[in-house]
Design a binder for this molecule. Structure first.
Ligand SMILES: Cc1cc2nc3c(=O)[nH]c(=O)nc-3n(C[C@H](O)[C@H](O)[C@H](O)COP(=O)(O)O)c2cc1C
Length: 411
């Protein structure tokens, strides 16, 4: 069994440049998240940034000293040549928040401070998170600078719209630490799915019997969303058809199409089918729905027993299997309670899947509502591989395995 590696960010090296915008107050939380994920984090603060966030908070959370602009030319650190050492050390550089001023410094290629000098010396993916007042952001000078930086290969993460610290509302907000961390994890991941369109279904469906009662299952969507996250981190564009759940994790970066019933989920999947190159069917779709849904709440008075007539829902995976183009890859999930392999292999054949992931939902630490999972991946030629661990780690290993089998379509 291929046990998944603990914490894919273990020992990954992130250089975080914090500049002097009000959003700098969010950076201690960002550092905490990165460190929790296993990253090593070095922080550079501009002089202005020191006015907005305490260096001591950042050094405490990163467990390392904090670098300052003047360290570029300090006698104390000069022997280390900090800008070269940091640039060579880092696996990714993030500028969060990036002020209008720092965007100008970086676009001009100035090296009169540590941030600018490191930026020029670094040969790794750079992610920039502009955050400022809307007018500053929309000014042609700032837009030109950001365009220049994007043209030179930096990833510019569009600031969100919302209430800004200056009292105005508009575009310019820095994303939340969880979202910035996701962008950094993506920058640390080889982009072997760059540009691929991945459609994932996740979560349960609900089949309403009357306006207040439904038949459903305990799916939380965690495994499907972990597959979606894994593909997104590898550079894919991800669309998620999501059943009715309180999402157990961030949906950042996904296009989400909500669907409640199996019929709604079928419609959402089929209308996205021409767009998708890889389809992952991880939702726990109800097999049956009420033949007749009551318009009004069914009262208990005078009814000792009730029977519900159920009719079969469409088999979405089979429908996709029949409709898909030869260049599309279909990956299914099977939640089984017995005869796992035989049932999974027959499902693979019957539904025209390219691979199936089967889990024993009765096993402890596996299946519905669990943070961990044990899955077997079965391909068309019968090959079979097992993965166990946190769902996020299992999903990453599954993508690794699919990539290794040459299953990704060409963009
Ligand atoms: C209260 C306050 C908040 C500020 N917030 C921002 C901001 O969110 N974004 C920005 O680009 N500049 C902001 N500025 C202006 C920068 O701090 C200023 O341009 C500074 O020179 C940036 O230096 P740095 O890029 O070296 O960090 C703010 C200034 C003040 C006084």
């Amino acid at each position: 069994m291929a046990l998944t590696a603990a914490g894919f960010c273990e020992g990954r090296r992130v250089l975080l440049c914090v500049t002097g915008g009000i959003a700098a107050y969010k950076t201690p939380e960002l550092v905490r998240r990165l460190v929790k994920a296993g990253c090593e984090v070095e922080v550079i603060l501009t002089r202005a940034a020191e006015k907005f966030v305490a260096p001591l908070a950042l050094s405490t959370l990163s467990g390392r000293r904090v670098w300052r602009e003047e360290d570029l030319l300090s006698e104390e650190h000069g022997f280390e040549i900090p800008h070269i050492r940091l640039a060579e050390w880092a696996e990714t550089v993030a500028v969060a928040p990036c002020t209008a001023n720092t965007a100008a410094v970086l676009a001009q290629g100035r090296a009169d401070g540590l941030t600018g000098a490191v930026f020029l010396a670094a040969r790794v993916p750079v992610v920039i998170f502009p955050a400022m007042n809307t007018h500053m952001l929309e000014h042609p000078a700032t837009q030109e600078n950001l365009k220049t930086l994007a043209g030179r290969g930096a990833r510019i993460v569009e600031p969100a719209a919302g209430a800004l610290a200056c009292g105005e509302a508009g575009r310019g907000r820095m994303p939340e630490p969880e979202e910035i961390a996701e962008e950094i994890f993506r920058a640390l991941t080889p982009q072997d799915m760059e540009g691929l369109h991945v459609l994932v279904t996740a979560g349960p469906t609900r089949e309403y019997l009357d306006p207040v009662r439904f038949i459903s299952n305990p799916s939380t969507g965690r495994m499907g969303l972990a597959m979606a996250r894994g593909a997104w981190r590898r550079g894919a564009e991800v669309r998620v058809v999501l059943g009715p759940v309180d999402p157990p994790c961030s949906l950042y970066g996904f296009e989400v199409l909500p669907a409640v019933s199996a019929l709604e989920m079928r419609d959402a999947v089929m209308s996205s089918l021409p767009w998708a190159q890889i389809i992952v069917k991880a939702a726990a779709v109800g097999d049956y729905r009420a033949k007749k849904r009551a318009e009004r709440k069914v009262k208990r008075e005078g009814r000792e027993e009730v029977s519900i007539e159920l009719v079969q829902n469409p088999d979405i995976a089979a429908e996709v299997g029949r409709a898909k183009r030869p260049d599309q890859i279909l990956i299914g999930f099977a939640a089984e309670t017995d005869d796992l392999l035989r049932n999974a292999r027959s499902k693979l054949e019957r539904k025209g899947l390219d691979a199936i992931l089967v889990n024993d939902v009765l096993a402890s630490g596996s299946g519905f509502a669990s943070e961990t999972n044990t899955l077997r991946l079965i391909g068309r030629s019968g090959e079979d591989e097992s993965f166990s661990g946190l769902k996020e780690d299992v999903a990453r290993s599954v993508w690794d395995s699919l990539a290794g089998r040459g299953l990704f379509p060409r963009c």
